[in-house]
Design a protein around this ligand. Structure first.
Ligand SMILES: CC(C)(COP(=O)(O)OP(=O)(O)OC[C@H]1O[C@@H](n2cnc3c(N)ncnc32)[C@H](O)[C@@H]1OP(=O)(O)O)[C@@H](O)C(=O)NCCC(=O)NCCS
Length: 219
C-alpha cells in the first residue's frame, strides 16, 4: 500500500475539499490523464488539459473542486451550470487547440481512432470562433436549470476512502446554496466502479442507452 495512503488512513486527517485554484491546474491535469486513459480528453496531453481545466477556475457558470491531502490534489470535480460550458474555452484558445489536436492526431492512435466521434465539438469550436467578433459571450444556463457534474476522479491510491463523496457533497452544497434543486451527470455504461459509486452516493438512474446512463440527484 502506498505510504501516503497509509498516512492518510493512520492519521485520519480529514481531506480538504475546496474550489479549484490556478496552482492546482498542472497536478489536476496529470490526475485527469491517469484517471481517464480510456477517454478522448485523457489522451489530449498536459497542455490541452491545462487550458481545459483552467476554464473551471473562477469562471462564471463553470465550477471546479479539488480534494487535497498534505496540500497535494488527490481528487477533483469539474461541473457546470452553463448550457455551453466550453464555448469560451474554444473561442479563447482556438489556434492552440487546433495545433494540439493535430499534434495529438499525429502522435496518438487513440486520438486517430476516436476523432470522428468528436466532430460535434469541432462544430461547436467553429461556432464559438464565429461569435468572437460579437465580444464576450454571456453565460447561458443549462436547459431546465440543472447543474451538471462533467467529470470526477480520485487518485488511484486514494480510492475507496470516501473522497469522491466528499467532493460531490461540496458540489451539491454549493449548487443548493445557489438555488438549484437537482443536479445531473452521465456515465459510460462500462464504467462499473463509477456507476456503483453514483448509486451509493444518492444519484438516481434516469435514462439508459447503449452509450450513456444519465443520473440525477436531489440537492
Ligand atoms: C469514480 C471514482 C471517482 C469513485 O471514487 P472511489 O473512491 O472509487 O469511490 P468509492 O470507493 O467510494 O465507491 C466505488 C464503489 O465501487 C466499488 N468498487 C471497487 N472496485 C470496483 C471495481 N473494480 N468494479 C466495480 N466496483 C468497484 C467499491 O466497492 C465501491 O462500492 P462499495 O463501497 O459499495 O463497495 C473513482 O473510482 C475514479 O476516479 N475513477 C476513475 C475516473 C472515472 O471513471 N470517473 C467517473 C467518470 S466522470
Amino acid at each position: 500500500m502506498p505510504t501516503d495512503r497509509l498516512n492518510y488512513i493512520n492519521c485520519k486527517c480529514e481531506v480538504n475539499v475546496e474550489h479549484l485554484k490556478a496552482r492546482d491546474i498542472p497536478i489536476v491535469a496529470q490526475l485527469y490523464m491517469r484517471s481517464f486513459q480510456n477517454h478522448f480528453l485523457g489522451h489530449m496531453g498536459q497542455k490541452f488539459l491545462m487550458l481545459f481545466i483552467s476554464e473551471f477556475v473562477n469562471s462564471r457558470g463553470n465550477f471546479g473542486y479539488v480534494a487535497t491531502f498534505k496540500n497535494e490534489a488527490i481528487g477533483f470535480i469539474l461541473a457546470s451550470t452553463s448550457e455551453n460550458p466550453f464555448r469560451n474555452f474554444y473561442r479563447d484558445n482556438f489556434i492552440s487547440l487546433v495545433c494540439l489536436t493535430i499534434s495529438g492526431f499525429l502522435k496518438d492512435a487513440f486520438i486517430r481512432k476516436h476523432l470522428k466521434e468528436k466532430f460535434g465539438h469541432i462544430f461547436l469550436a467553429l461556432k464559438a470562433l464565429v461569435s468572437f467578433s460579437e465580444g464576450s459571450i454571456d453565460h447561458v444556463e443549462m436547459k431546465g436549470g440543472q447543474p451538471r457534474l462533467l467529470a470526477i476522479a480520485v487518485d488511484r491510491s486514494y480510492r475507496g476512502l470516501g473522497i469522491a463523496s466528499d467532493l460531490t457533497a461540496e458540489f451539491c452544497k454549493e449548487m443548493k446554496e445557489l438555488g438549484y434543486e437537482e443536479a445531473g451527470l452521465s456515465a459510460l455504461p462500462w464504467n462499473k466502479r463509477a456507476i456503483r459509486f453514483y448509486i451509493k452516493d444518492g444519484w438516481k438512474e434516469e435514462e439508459s442507452t447503449e452509450n450513456s446512463i444519465s443520473f440525477s440527484r436531489i440537492l
